[in-house]
Design a protein around this ligand. Structure first.
Ligand code: MRU
Length: 424
């Protein structure tokens, strides 16, 4: 405690607005904490997994405690599923949709086994109400709405001819399970198409460097990833020199999750704060900025994690390709442009606080080292604006990579024609 005071006030010791001056910052040489191992964490699979599913059993990796703790939590009901998504224990557009679909699958099966559905219509009604409820968990990513609409249409159709609840339950569970399988395959295709596009466009093929934002990897999907799937593919084919990932304030999906995935897979990578992006693009030969999407409008305007828009502006200024990677389930053809995308506003505490584990600074006593703590970083009383996403106009996007191929703009056009690409 005494040494702490020498280096300035700690939260709780003095007001945040009265931090001591003349703090000997230069003496704070960084020493890697003993518990932070640079080798990959012990996991059974080479690629991390966020969702563990076997029939009637769903477990979700709690991403709020990553990268310091690996904690799988059981999801048994639609209420569990809703809370898991809303609190962002699971996050990322495809993963949100899949967890919602599977939460309902396990809940539906359990209720059916208890004899709660006297007939097919009762099972259909439960599915319909549950999907409606699950859709209220998070508003921006369209994948959840797309999945819910498809699943509802399927059970309603099955309900017309089913002779009992069993057939409805079976049809729902099979369709939800298929979403898990299909997402991995879609991501692999996105990875392949995206890597070919970026490598093909790269001016210096011996030094392909990319920058990504937020987390779009195995943790945000059923596996592999979208933007991070492209980076994986570039690495696997020997075409990647280096990946940069942003910290992604305020919730640090980049420093907590993407950095974790990159270290885990041994991909050469460097973490930068969001404010370093312009300097990075000026100083390094970055071939492309690659990001995911939560919703792509008919014209290609793309909602993604807050901070994406500024990266697109910076990429345009530096003549760097700006690539969006997303499955076609992220495309919302019902909206003409990004102006119609609802942007989730999240709680103030995500901006003013940071959660991590206690690490000792040089000369500091290692008090409770490794223990998880939330600390206040902003001045108390300041008001906060915390939009979770922003919309990047199509004009700033070079290409949209889907599992069906790469979407480009027509010669002379400033927007994409997503409907034509998807054949709708
Ligand atoms: O708030 P989050 O963490 O759910 O936001 C995630 C993103 O914005 C991702 O970039 C997007 O969902 C694509 S994930 C493949």
């Amino acid at each position: 405690m005494r040494v702490r005071r020498e280096m300035g006030c700690m939260v709780g010791e003095c007001g945040l607005g009265t931090m001591r001056k003349n703090v000997p910052l230069l003496e704070l040489k960084y020493r890697p904490p003993t518990h932070l191992n640079t080798s990959p964490p012990t996991m059974s699979a080479r690629t991390l997994e966020a969702i563990r599913y076997t029939p009637d059993h769903l477990q979700v990796l709690n991403q709020l405690v990553l990268p310091h703790e690996t904690l799988f939590e059981r999801v048994e009901t639609i209420q569990d599923g809703h809370a898991t998504i809303k609190t962002m224990k699971v996050r990322g557009a495809p993963a949100i949709a899949i967890v919602a679909a599977l939460a309902l699958a396990v809940d539906l099966s359990a209720r059916h086994k208890k004899g709660e559905f006297p007939n097919a219509a009762a099972a259909v009604a439960f599915v319909s109400e549950s999907l409606q409820y699950l859709k209220t968990s998070r508003p921006t990513a369209v994948n959840l709405f797309d999945a819910a609409n498809k699943l509802l249409a399927l059970v309603q159709e099955r309900g017309k001819t089913a002779t009992g609840a069993q057939e409805v339950v079976d049809a729902y569970v099979a369709a939800a399970e298929k979403m898990l399988v299909d997402d991995v395959q879609d991501n692999k295709n996105i990875g392949r198409f995206g890597a070919e596009y970026i490598f093909g466009q790269a001016k210096n093929k011996d030094n392909v460097r990319v920058l990504t934002h937020c987390n779009t990897g195995s943790l945000a999907t059923a596996g592999w990833g979208t933007a991070l799937g492209i980076i994986r593919d570039l690495h696997a084919t020997g075409h990647l020199s280096h990946a940069y990932c942003t910290e992604t304030r305020p919730y640090n999906q980049g420093s907590r999750l993407t950095a974790y995935e990159l270290v885990y897979e041994g991909i050469p990578a460097t973490l930068v704060t969001d404010s370093m992006a312009s300097a990075l693009l000026r100083s390094q030969p970055v071939a492309a900025v690659i990001v995911g999407a939560d919703r792509v409008a008919r014209n290609g305007d793309t909602a993604n994690k807050i901070g994406t828009y500024q990266l697109a502006i910076v990429a345009r200024h530096h003549g760097v390709a700006f690539v969006v990677a997303a499955p076609s389930t992220s495309v919302d053809l019902s909206i003409a442009s990004g102006a119609e995308i609802p942007i989730e506003e999240r709680a103030e505490n995500e901006v003013v606080t940071v959660r991590g584990i206690v690490v000792p600074l040089p000369g500091e006593e290692a008090v409770r080292e490794g223990e998880a703590r939330t600390v206040q970083v902003a001045a108390k009383g300041i008001s906060v604006w915390n939009p979770g996403f922003d919309v990047t106009p199509a004009s700033l996007i070079s290409a949209i990579v889907t599992e069906r191929g790469v979407v480009l703009k027509k010669e002379g056009e400033d927007v994409f024609d997503m409907a034509a690409f998807l054949g709708k």
